[in-house]
Design a binder for this molecule. Structure first.
Ligand SMILES: Cc1cc2nc3c(=O)[nH]c(=O)nc-3n(C[C@H](O)[C@H](O)[C@H](O)COP(=O)(O)O)c2cc1C
Length: 210
């Protein structure tokens, strides 16, 4: 089969819509899924801590288990894969690994690394909303990258917040370190997305100050 040319950025953005009817026979070749996940993980993140984990659910049995947790939304079982994007509430634990590379390559001294790691660990101390806010914020950026990458490669997606997070954690043995942020269905559209419009810019843009 001839490989589809990837779409350009603006075409991808304009043509992405939430698809809820998928061809249940369609699958995603592993190398394309890998490309899409790699694009997702190129998202920016605070201190480059990469607060995301992608739980790929493509086993039909697992999708059936997920279906009632997601209020029986049919796209869960009809799409080729559901990617549960999880946010890392202990992303400070990644700091050493993130900065070690810079030290090894001579871009950063060990002293600078230790100062940075100390600052990051301090930000995560105490019982504050910060770790959870950061997990949602940064994992959401990766989710958007994922949806656009999938669209550019000829797949459709639907972001889903409509699922029971507690039940999801239990059913999929999600470790305490991670919070489910959203589910992303990925597959081939059987029916186009519902029409959706956006507010005019005058309604959403404020210049300089309120
Ligand atoms: C965080 C989030 C949660 C969403 N949850 C659901 C959902 O549970 N089920 C669903 O069918 N669509 C869901 N959507 C899709 C929205 O309804 C959709 O993005 C919006 O109506 C705009 O349409 P479009 O994505 O087709 O442009 C969600 C979207 C976002 C961003």
């Amino acid at each position: 089969m001839k490989k589809q040319q990837d779409l350009g950025l603006f075409q991808t953005i304009n043509e992405r819509h939430s698809v809820r009817k998928y061809d249940p026979e369609a699958t995603i070749p592993e190398e394309e899924l890998t490309e899409i996940l790699e694009a997702a993980s190129k998202a920016p993140s605070s201190w480059n801590l990469q607060h995301w984990k992608f739980l790929v659910v493509d086993d039909p049995k697992k999708k059936e288990q997920l279906l009632p947790i997601a209020y029986n939304q049919q796209q869960i079982v009809d799409s080729a894969a559901v990617i549960a994007v999880l946010g890392d509430v202990q992303a400070n634990e990644n700091a050493e690994d993130v900065y070690q590379g810079a030290v090894d390559n001579g871009f950063m001294t060990e002293q600078v690394r230790d100062t940075l790691v100390g600052q990051i660990n301090k930000a995560y101390e105490g019982d504050t909303p910060f770790p959870r806010d950061e997990a949602f914020l940064n994992a959401s950026l990766a989710s958007m990258n994922l949806m656009l990458a999938a669209k550019a490669k000829g797949y459709d997606t639907c972001p889903m917040g409509g699922f029971q997070r507690g039940a999801f954690v239990k059913e999929f043995n999600v470790p305490e370190r991670y919070v489910p942020v959203m589910l992303l269905t990925v597959g081939k559209a059987a029916k186009p997305a519902h029409q959706s419009a956006r507010f005019d810019l005058e309604k959403v843009v404020v210049k300089n100050t309120f």
